[in-house]
Design a protein around this ligand. Structure first.
Ligand code: DON
Length: 313
């Protein structure tokens, strides 16, 4: 299978649709990104990387960061993390607050914002916010094989200035006694992790651990145990796109995590990690063209976590 040709063909066949969907505007710093950007990077477990379009341009990874934060929070807390975060799809928007009161401050999963805020709190653990951010950056730089990976302070500031909803979620969690750190400390790390700037190539390379056994097959860097990588994939499939997760599983057939910056990170267990970027989003905050690109790659490669061929819907 010529994966390089598949990536290039997928990019070309969708290039005319660049600019489709609606870029996130609720974080002002994201609204200024060129909506016609479109990149694809596919990294195989054998160490090859195939790219097309704007695959080397860094963008705001936003909620994709929740995957890395989850792996690192599990490393610090072990299974105790699951005492305060569930593993069920929410069926609601990423920033919804409605279930939190009924469910006593235990968010449905670690990818909706409330669950991600607790996950970040447990990742910080007993450290200062800056120490936690440095730890996250160090891990990503090693996994992404690039020392320049960083967060965009302008995006982090913009998120904080417009972060009333996330503050509401965090205070609600604090009221239930679910946070171990002060609300503003947790949010200062959460906003910086969401503001991480990475390219499709860096993302695909740094997420290979998900497709293999928790360890980057190229550098040998370990992110988490094989068992945790498997469970993170399960959560990505069920909850990675919030109330659009079923549609994504139906169209694409392997685990993925979206971000409102227009990136999607997908893992094809046993084979590869794929990152796509196009800022226009669907109603659930998943990149419209990015999801189409992944569906097209799934169709062309036949890759899926399910057996059988994809043909008609
Ligand atoms: O907390 C927020 O609203 C953003 N920093 C992240 C949201 C996001 O990326 C949702 N995913 N598609």
């Amino acid at each position: 299978m010529d994966l390089g040709a598949i990536v290039t063909e997928t990019w070309k066949e969708l290039a005319d649709e660049r600019g489709s969907g609606n870029p996130a505007r609720y974080i002002p710093a994201l609204a200024s990104v060129d909506p016609r950007k479109f990149g694809i990077a596919l990294a195989t477990k054998e160490g090859e990387v195939f790219c097309a379009g704007d695959a080397d341009e860094a963008f705001s990874i936003q909620s994709i960061s929740k995957v890395f934060a989850l792996a690192l929070a599990l490393e610090r807390q072990g299974a105790a993390l699951w005492d305060v975060v569930g593993r069920e799809p929410s069926g609601d928007a990423f920033n919804s607050i409605v279930q939190l009161e009924r469910e006593k401050g235990i968010p449905r999963n670690p990818f909706i914002n409330s669950g991600a805020i607790i996950t970040t709190d447990r990742f910080i653990d007993d450290r200062t916010p800056d120490e936690a951010v440095d730890d996250l950056l160090g891990r990503l730089r090693r996994m992404g094989r690039d020392d320049t990976i960083s967060f965009d302070p302008e995006v982090a500031r913009s998120e904080s200035e417009t972060g009333s909803r996330n503050r509401s979620l965090a205070w609600f969690l604090a009221d239930f006694g679910r946070l171990i750190n002060p609300v503003e400390d947790v949010l200062s790390v959460y906003f910086r992790q969401c503001a991480l700037s990475m390219s499709c190539r860096q993302l695909a390379e740094s997420a290979l651990f998900l497709a293999v056994d928790g360890t980057d097959p190229v550098t040998g860097q370990r992110m988490c145990s094989a068992s945790r990588a498997r469970r993170i994939n399960a959560l990505m499939l069920m909850c990675g796109h919030y109330d659009n997760s079923g549609q994504f599983a139906f169209e694409v057939g392997f685990p993925g995590k979206s971000g409102v910056g227009g990136g999607i990170l997908a893992s094809v267990p046993g084979r590869a990690a794929i990152a796509v970027w196009s800022p226009g989003l669907n109603r659930a905050g998943t990149s419209l063209l990015g999801a189409k690109a992944l569906a097209s790659i799934a169709l062309k490669t036949g890759w899926s976590i399910f057996s059988g061929q994809w043909t008609e819907p």
